[in-house]
Design a protein around this ligand. Sequence first.
Ligand code: AKB
Length: 319
Amino acid sequence: MQGNILIVGATGQIGTELTLALRAKHGNNAVIASDIKMSEDPIFKDGPFEVFSVLDRPRMEAVIDQYNVKVVYQLAALLSATSEKYPEKAWDLNMNGLFHILEIAKTGKLDRVFWPSSIAAFGPNTPADDTPQFTIMEPTSIYGISKLAGERWCEYYFNKFNVDVRSIRYPGLIGYRSEPGGGTTDYAVDIFYHAIESGKYTCFLGPNTRLPMMMMEDAINATIGIMEAPKESVKIRGSYNLSGISFTPEELANEIRKHIPEFEISYAPDFRQGLADSWPNSIDDSRAREDWGWQHRFDLARLTSTMIEEIRKKLVVKS
Ligand code: AKB
């Protein structure tokens, strides 16, 4: 594919790792990172970085023209917990951010667009175990409502304007390079820092809250995988179910104790419990596997040992 890649929202949890992966694959100058403010993270020093808001369409379009961008990953969004606090801002950013990209793509300027959906697009009436690809949705959170609406926009722009937009419903993502912010599944990253630094963690979800989760490395492979798939293989133009593993805070704590035996966990569920309770326990992602060859690599044991090893290294470097 000719032309360059733009990552909007590049300094977030997914964007940071995607920037690294795409620059390793295509070269530093072929991948333009962008966000609403500059990042101090040295990761971003190796290639172009542009500061703009995804809501500023003329500026975004100017960046697309300037760098001859043909592929956009639109990752800028407020996550579930923050969206509940700022519903208007969440709706504006999560919807109009996508809308601006789709409108730019409609002009024929872009060859391909990626936009992330989430397990939050499901709701309390969705079958919770092995949630099928096509099922009752009815999300009850602002974030989930914006994700479901976004999925419908993506399919509409594909059908109506032939915009090659691709999407996956991410589960909770767990990585060590960048920390999440404002999500309900964030506990599964925070727990590792607390386990290593103090040996104690108070979880904002209850012990038996089972949620679909995934190691970031798997999520990045899925993202690049769907974007590199031939157009005809991507048969679902709303968003694909994607699954890695599912576990509860108690199960994760038990796995962490295999490495840090003295680790103690306590529970103080807050408003995020309601969000988690409305989401599936596990996901059937057979369509992603069949259509474009998705496979996950990390199980709970490998995820836990990798997180502990990498965060320990990171904390030594910092101290
Ligand atoms: C969140 O918790 O808000 C996100 C998500 C499940 O999309 N990680």
